[in-house]
Design a protein around this ligand. Structure first.
Ligand SMILES: [Fe+2]
Length: 350
């Protein structure tokens, strides 16, 4: 047995390929398609709050929530024009003005909201009213009814993260409008948090939810900040991410949603982390603080409320060169990679 040494003329091959093309068949040996390692089309990029906020306010002047079911500015990666911030996940800026609602609907894509500006508006998820304050994480998982409302006297602005590019690629998207504009609120304001917000404690009289997403839909910043500061006081944390916490499903300990994992990390003043990379794309939002990250060899300076993206398998290290702590929120598609046995990590030293 040996490799065969059949050779044909270029003309003969081209004639054969043309025939195949006409029959919608491709010879795989000329098509490529396999890479030695992941190579994202997306590039590292940062969207500045100083650009985002005025454009969100402008959108609020130009477009109503009756016309735009969601008044959303989608951050689009320069190499994924018009599509999304990263390969499998979008990062959007949404604005709801005082007195406005964004009507109730549901979809098979899962979403998260990280509140940037405004305190007192709310999101209703499956009839449960969730408060929204700066730095809070609110989940509207797969196929949950959700609507938003702003009953304050200032704009509510938040970061939306969704897995819609993945759902679209899988051709698994469903969408449905609620039968009326807003849901009737059926439980108290803190019910999701009251039941599951204590982490290690959950109601023993309730059966574990059948859903794979977290039954906790509101993770307050006050709780996350206190936990980070507690750990930062006497622990070194991860060499790559310093003090980093995952927002977990309190029932399973797993990721907040099956397609998206969410994290918050604290970089202490003057701290620099080591470089690593992983098979997942990551979108970051600077809750507060300033510093920079080296992403694939490119320095990305960031400050309060900026958003930046790190494509898959791209080395990143973070530097807080300021004299105050920095808090970064991030979300990744790592749960998808892990579920499919595709997840890997590597440190720069190899
Ligand atoms: Fe939605």
């Amino acid at each position: 047995m040996k490799l065969s040494d059949i050779k044909s003329s270029e003309a003969e091959l081209q004639d054969y390929y043309a025939q195949l093309r006409s029959q919608h068949i491709t010879p795989a040996w000329i098509g490529g398609g396999i890479t030695r390692e992941p190579k994202s089309k997306a590039v590292p990029w940062v969207w500045r709050w100083r650009d985002l906020r005025p454009q969100a306010m402008r959108a609020a002047q130009l477009v109503g929530t009756e016309q735009a079911e969601r008044r959303v500015l989608r951050l689009t990666n320069p190499e994924l024009p018009g599509l999304s911030a990263s390969n499998t996940m979008v990062a959007n800026i949404q604005i709801v003005m005082p007195g406005e609602i964004a009507r109730a609907h549901r979809h098979s894509g899962s979403a998260l909201r990280l509140i940037i500006e405004g305190k007192g508006g709310y999101t209703v998820v499956n009839g449960v009213r969730l408060p929204m304050a700066p730095g809070d994480l609110v989940l509207t998982p797969n196929w949950t009814w959700h609507d938003h409302a702003n009953d304050t006297d200032g704009p509510m602005i938040w970061l939306d993260g969704l897995d819609t590019p993945l759902v679209r690629m899988l051709e698994a998207g469903f969408y449905e409008e609620y039968y009326k504009e807003t849901q009737t609120i059926v439980e108290g304001a803190s019910s999701s948090f009251a039941r599951y917000g204590e982490g290690g404690l959950r109601p023993a009289w309730e059966a574990a939810p059948a859903t794979r997403y977290s039954p906790l839909w509101h993770y307050p910043m006050s709780q996350a900040r206190a936990a980070l500061e507690r750990l930062a006081a006497d622990r070194s944390g991860s060499p790559f991410d310093s003090i980093i916490l995952e927002y977990t499903n309190p029932v399973t300990g797993g990721s907040a949603m099956p397609t998206i994992a969410c994290f918050i990390q604290m970089l202490r003043a003057g701290e620099r982390t080591q470089a690593h990379r992983s098979v997942c794309c990551t979108n970051y939002h600077v809750i507060e603080g300033c510093g920079y990250s080296i992403v694939g060899g490119t320095r990305i300076d960031w400050e309060d409320k900026d958003v930046f993206t790190v494509p898959t398998w791209t080395f990143r290290e973070h530097v807080n060169d300021s004299d105050r702590p920095a808090f970064l929120f991030s979300f990744t598609d790592a749960p998808v990679m892990k579920a499919l046995d595709l997840y890997r990590e590597e440190t720069k030293a190899g």
